[in-house]
Design a protein around this ligand. Structure first.
Ligand SMILES: Nc1ncnc2c1ncn2[C@@H]1O[C@H](COP(=O)(O)OP(=O)(O)OP(=O)(O)O)[C@@H](O)[C@H]1O
Ligand SMILES: [Mg+2]
Length: 583
């Protein structure tokens, strides 16, 4: 708006100044041109009118006629400079007029055939514009002069008038241009500025602003197009943002580690699981995998994935810090329009899988071994008996006793294995009822009593008289007591003591079975509940143990919703504790 108004103003001012400076010259030239034409016209007229002997009065009459008709001052001057006639003066005054020979216009007329000058007329007491041409008069050798003059004030008066008109016109033009500028501003500039502001906001991601222009012209069309575009972009941005958020949520909630690299092998995405897996706490974007994860195998995998055209690269990485872990890495190139655009690597922590796999293998090996030993023994003694030992009454009884013990051991082993497999497969039938924990303990203590007596071990109980009932399967709960008491008796030397303490902890009843036995080395404690795990294999087997007791205890307690743990000090004793929820 300001620019428009400024431009118009400058143009107007320039035109005004130009006209001002040229107006006067233009008018004078116009008058001069007219005068010139008139003086030549008069010259011919006078030349044909003047007789051979023109009288003063005749000459004056001619001058008067010209002056009246043309509304100029006309003067006829003789060759010697004497004024013969003047339209503005009468006869008497003409006679008194001074010689005009030296007037510049007269001189020029003689010399060049045309004279012009602008000066103050003493006769008429005002500035005049004069023009003179020679007149050829019969009988006269030297030509006369006819001169016409107009007062300058006449020319200037006209000029002043025009100047005034121009000034008024310029003023009107100014007002119009101002009005035009305001109009342009209102109908074009302001809406455009508003639209520009909305567009700028859109670029910054703010789509809340709208352009409110209801006009039906192009500006209105543009505004509604902009509003439509804003809505469309807003929709698209919302969609893209939602997709991005979904993608980010999937990535960050994934248990597997994910790394995406660009075609140069630089990291683009690294999800939180992967950061945790490799303990990365620095920004990874834009770096090479090796700069972030100090593991050559990961870098190799990233390179391999980038090279592979479609194939899936797979590898297993072993980490030793902070503890032994196994990571499975799968890598594949990201193909776009037939060329490799980057790579994606997926990391799975397979440590637990490996551990379970090892346990499974150990289990099979252990079962075979545990079965083989009693079977070999039974088979061996049976063979010996068949080979004739049956006749040896003294030894045969001994052999059969050993065979019985081993078959008993086999039966116990198979029973335990069946129990375990039933528990693990969820097929063990458990009848949850309200059970008196003191009763369950008493029943178990009765089973163990003989064993304890044989080793002179006293079993003391520290059970409150009033106890809430627990929600449990009585048979299984007794099995837990029997297994723990059996261990306590088995691994406590003669004359030891076993103390059973029962207490209420929150919503659980807690049972602690403490002995004064050999204790368990702290290294073995984490594995003590594993199947077949025994601290001293030979000793345990000697005592008829299979290493399944604690494993069964743990499973049963967990099925009940309780917990089991052990505290032990080598040489001083062991305390096994477990909890069972109150009914
Ligand atoms: N009270 C205890 N004191 C010392 N060591 C124990 C005690 N209880 C268990 N252990 C150790 O834990 C191992 C595992 O016990 P668990 O009851 O599972 O097997 P087991 O007693 O050897 O055989 P099973 O109970 O099947 O007859 C035992 O071999 C023993 O080394
Ligand atoms: Mg045991």
């Amino acid at each position: 708006m300001v620019v428009l108004f400024g431009t118009i103003s400058v143009i107007l001012l320039t035109a005004y100044v130009y006209l001002q400076s040229h107006l006067k010259t233009y008018f004078i030239r116009q008058v001069e041109d007219t005068l010139k034409k008139e003086v030549y016209l008069n010259k011919n007229l006078i030349e044909s009118t003047l007789g051979a002997e023109p009288s003063r009065s005749h000459t004056r009459l001619i001058a008067d006629t010209i002056g009246r008709n043309l509304k100029v001052r006309a003067t006829i001057i003789r060759a010697d400079g004497t004024v013969l006639g003047d339209s503005e003066l009468d006869g008497e005054h003409v006679k008194q007029m001074e010689n005009h020979l030296e007037r510049p216009e007269v001189q020029d007329a003689f010399r060049k055939g045309f004279g012009q000058s602008e000066r103050y007329s003493k006769t008429l007491k005002k500035r005049m514009l004069y023009m003179a041409v020679p007149l050829v008069v019969k009988e006269e050798k030297i030509p006369w002069i006819v001169r016409v003059a107009v007062p300058e004030s006449e020319v200037l008066g006209l000029e002043r008038e025009v100047r005034k008109i121009i000034a008024v016109a310029v003023c009107i033009a100014f007002v119009f241009s101002a009005a035009l500028s305001v109009g342009v501003a209102l109908y074009i500039s302001n809406p455009l500025c508003e639209m520009a502001a909305v567009a700028r906001n859109m670029a910054k991601g703010d789509f809340s602003k709208k352009v409110y222009i209801s006009s039906k012209d192009e500006v209105g069309d543009l505004a509604s197009a902009l509003n439509f575009m804003s809505d469309e972009i807003k929709g698209m941005v919302r969609k893209v943002t939602a997709e991005e958020a979904k993608f980010a949520a999937i990535l960050s909630s994934m248990l597997a580690g994910v790394m995406v690299t660009d075609e140069k092998g630089r990291i683009v995405i690294m999800n939180p699981s992967l950061r945790k897996m490799f303990m990365v706490d620095v920004p990874a974007e834009g770096k090479l995998p090796l700069e972030v994860i100090r593991n050559a195998a990961v870098q190799d995998m990233a390179a391999k994935a980038l090279q592979g055209v479609r194939a899936l690269a797979s590898d297993e990485i072993q980490l030793n810090v902070p503890q032994e872990r196994f990571i499975q890495v799968n890598g594949a190139p990201i193909m776009r329009e037939g060329r490799c655009d980057g790579a994606i690597l997926v990391f799975h922590d397979i440590t637990e899988l490996k551990r379970l796999e090892r346990i499974r293998k150990d289990f099979v090996a252990n079962v075979s071994h545990e079965l083989r030993t009693p079977i070999a023994s039974i088979k061996g003694y049976a063979e010996t008996l068949l080979d004739g030992a049956l006749q040896d009454k003294e030894h045969s009884k001994e052999f059969i006793k050993i065979m019985y013990e081993n078959s008993d051991r086999l039966a116990k082993l198979i029973e335990d294995l069946l129990d375990l497999s039933k528990i693990e497969s969820g097929k063990m039938k458990i009848a949850f009822l309200q059970v008196d924990i003191a009763d369950a303990f008493k029943r178990a203590a009765a089973v163990i009593a003989n064993q304890a007596n044989a080793k002179s071990i006293s079993i003391q109980s520290n059970i409150p008289a009033v106890l809430p009932k627990v929600l449990a399967d009585e048979t299984r709960l007794s099995q837990v007591f029997v297994n723990l008491l059996d261990n306590a008796v088995k691994y406590t030397p003669e004359k030891g003591t076993i103390i059973v303490t029962v207490s209420v902890q929150d919503r659980f009843v807690q049972i602690a079975i403490a002995d004064t036995g050999a204790g368990i080395p702290s290294n073995d404690i984490p594995r003590i509940f594993e199947r077949f795990y025994r601290v001293d294999k030979a000793h345990s087997r000697e005592l008829g143990g299979t290493g399944l007791g604690l494993s069964i205890v743990k499973h049963i307690v967990q099925i009940h919703g309780g917990n089991v743990w052990v505290e032990s000090e080598v040489g001083r004793g062991t305390t096994f504790s477990f909890t069972i929820p109150i009914a």
